[in-house]
Structures are given as structure tokens and as C-alpha cells.
Ligand binder design. Structure first.
Ligand SMILES: C[S@@+](CC[C@H](N)C(=O)[O-])C[C@H]1O[C@@H](n2cnc3c(N)ncnc32)[C@H](O)[C@@H]1O
Length: 274
């Protein structure tokens, strides 16, 4: 009996959760309103793609790319396609989506940093023909990221990347994916919205700063002076903090030629004495 109501009892804002669920389910209001309050499927994907498109629009980029590292069955990629379709219409920015995966599931964990107590070779195998048949526009980039990451830019000449989901699970794979951020400003917006799937977890995973995706992030920041993955403090200090807010980062390219372009037009820039 108690189990039935467990969710509501543990939820500090049950009415808000119910209202949000109804808005999402019955698509009440327009897409922009729903994505802004997180009342969409995979709101973290909506958040990174929407904000990337808003930044692109402000800076005058007509087209951007969105990457998903780790596709598995493809539910995330299909969801990204739908967000991109809506956001593209809304912001008049074209959006290309690329999904990276071995197609054969996880590679073998290398050492303790890959968390072998959580992950095993072959987990999350993809049904490639089934996914290919379902995809409308997203492109699958198959193969280990160590090779696929190297040839990606030459092969696809992608529009500047504005949003990235990191969901490779393994430290070693995430390190390779993060190294793609070094390919130069032509391939990136000056600030890129990022989502890291495996940095919170439960008592089982016990994700921490010394293994997995968190270690990859920390090492990246320590070894890159002019590119940093930063915590978006406006999200984690919101009045109501959704758990996924803690999985969002913004990648700052401090030396990007557009990094310093003013993007606060529309906000008040005068504070006259009252
Ligand atoms: C948890 S799954 C991704 C789930 C997916 N993002 C979703 O939301 O449904 C992790 C995926 O990362 C892929 N992966 C891990 N390391 C990889 C590597 N080195 N190269 C390519 N793919 C890799 C695996 O094949 C696996 O399918």
C-alpha cells in the first residue's frame, strides 16, 4: 500500500510534479513553454539543444550540430531528433544530429577507472538495422570512438557543435570523446551545452571524482588552460533543483574568436537612480 504512494511522499513538490506530468503528457502549451519548464521527454536533451540554438541564433550561426556519445538501442537519438525538429522551427536554426557508438555495446573496461563493477563488455548492444529504419535525419557514426572520433571532422565537415550528450559510461571512452573538443573553433560554438549521464548514480555505482566520467571531466579541466567544462550555477541554485540539473555542464572555449561577443541584448543595461 505504502509503495503506491512512495513517490508522492518522497516528493517535496508533489503538486508541481503532477502538474508537470500532465503538461508533458497532454502537450499543454507550446513546445517552447514546455521545454523551458522541463515538461518534455528527456528534458535534459531539450535543454541543451534549445539553449545551443538560442546562442547560435544570437551569434548569427544558421546551422549547428548536436552530438550524442553513446547511442545503445537509440531511444536517446530518436528523442534528440524530435527536440531538434521543434527547436529548429522555433529558432530558425538548422540542426544536424550525430550519434556515436561501437554498435556492439560497451568495449571491455580497461581498469578500475572504467568501473568494471558497473559495466561489462557487450552491455547495450545496438540493433543497427532497426535503429537505421527508425531514424529520420540523425546520422549514426559507428565504430570505436578512438578511430571514429579522428575521422569524424574530415568525413562529415559538421556545422559548429552546440550541444553534446556524453553517455559512454566508461572513463576511457569519455576521455577520447572529450579530446574531440580540441579540434578548433571552426567546429564549435564558443560555449557548448553538455550533458553527462553518469555522474550522479546510486549507492551501487557510487560515481565519484576519481573514476568514470567525473574523473575524465576533472582531468580535462586540469590539462586544458583555455577550454573548461564549467558548472552552470544558475541551474544548481534554482529554487527547485531537478536532479538532472547536476548533469549539465557548459564547455567554454575562452580563445574562440566569438567568445566575447555580447549576447545580453534585450536585457536592461541601465540602472538609473530611483
Ligand atoms: C549507456 S549506453 C548509451 C545510452 C543512450 N545514450 C540512451 O540514452 O539510450 C552507452 C553506449 O556507449 C557506447 N560506447 C562506450 N564506449 C564506446 C567507445 N569507445 N566507442 C564507441 N561507443 C562506445 C556503447 O556501445 C553503449 O551503447
Amino acid at each position: 500500500m505504502l509503495r503506491k504512494f512512495e513517490g508522492l511522499i518522497l516528493d517535496p513538490y508533489p503538486l508541481r510534479t503532477i502538474a508537470k506530468g500532465l503538461i508533458r503528457r497532454f502537450k499543454i502549451g507550446n513546445y517552447e513553454q514546455r521545454v523551458k519548464i522541463g515538461a518534455v521527454d528527456r528534458p535534459w536533451y531539450g535543454y541543451i539543444v534549445y539553449n545551443a540554438a538560442v546562442l547560435a541564433k544570437k551569434l548569427g550561426y544558421p546551422r549547428i550540430s548536436v552530438l550524442e556519445f553513446g547511442v545503445a538501442g537509440g531511444n536517446g537519438l530518436v528523442n534528440l531528433e524530435e527536440h531538434a525538429r521543434q527547436i529548429s522551427k522555433l529558432c530558425s536554426v538548422d540542426i544536424d544530429i550525430f550519434g556515436f557508438d561501437t554498435g556492439r555495446g560497451l568495449p571491455e573496461p580497461s581498469d578500475y577507472r572504467d568501473l568494471p563493477y558497473c559495466y561489462k563488455e557487450g552491455f547495450y548492444e545496438m540493433d543497427i538495422p532497426k535503429l537505421q529504419a527508425k531514424l529520420k535525419s540523425a546520422k549514426l557514426v559507428l565504430g570505436d570512438i578512438t578511430d571514429a572520433g579522428k575521422s569524424f571532422f574530415e568525413k562529415f565537415n559538421p556545422a559548429p557543435i552546440g550541444a553534446i550528450s556524453y553517455d559512454f559510461d566508461l572513463y576511457s571512452s569519455t576521455v577520447m570523446a572529450l579530446s574531440m573538443l580540441e579540434r578548433g573553433e571552426k567546429y564549435y560554438l564558443p560555449r557548448v551545452f553538455c550533458y553527462f549521464d553518469d555522474i550522479i548514480g546510486t549507492e551501487i555505482e557510487l560515481f565519484n571524482d576519481y573514476t568514470g566520467e567525473r574523473l575524465a571531466i576533472n582531468e580535462f579541466n586540469q590539462t586544458h588552460r583555455n577550454i573548461k567544462l564549467g558548472i552552470p550555477y544558475h541551474l544548481v541554485s534554482a529554487e527547485v533543483v531537478e536532479p538532472w540539473y547536476h548533469r549539465i555542464y557548459a564547455c567554454h572555449f575562452f580563445e574562440h574568436s566569438r567568445y566575447n561577443d555580447l549576447v545580453t541584448g534585450g536585457l536592461p543595461h541601465e540602472l538609473p537612480l530611483q
